[in-house]
Design a protein around this ligand. Structure first.
Ligand code: ZN
Length: 69
């Protein structure tokens, strides 16, 4: 799934709907790039909004990698 995203066969929203996931960009303490939690069947991905765009993308991939199906 993530390889398909990286290879350009699918787009981010396909991955998010596959994992029933939402992304929010929030002010998080320095050193915390992001985290995931499940609430009522929805996977929530929180990304630090103070880190660079590149780091946000990298963090998003890291958090998506927590999901395995
Ligand atoms: Zn993580």
């Amino acid at each position: 799934m993530l390889k398909d995203l990286l290879d350009g066969y699918i787009v981010q929203k396909d991955v998010l709907s596959y994992y029933n996931a939402n992304i929010s960009y929030k002010l998080l303490p320095m050193g915390i790039n992001g985290f995931v939690f499940n609430y009522k069947g929805i996977n929530n991905i929180i990304i630090n909004n103070t880190i660079s765009y590149y780091k946000q993308r990298k963090t998003l991939l890291h958090e998506l990698a927590h999901y395995r199906t």
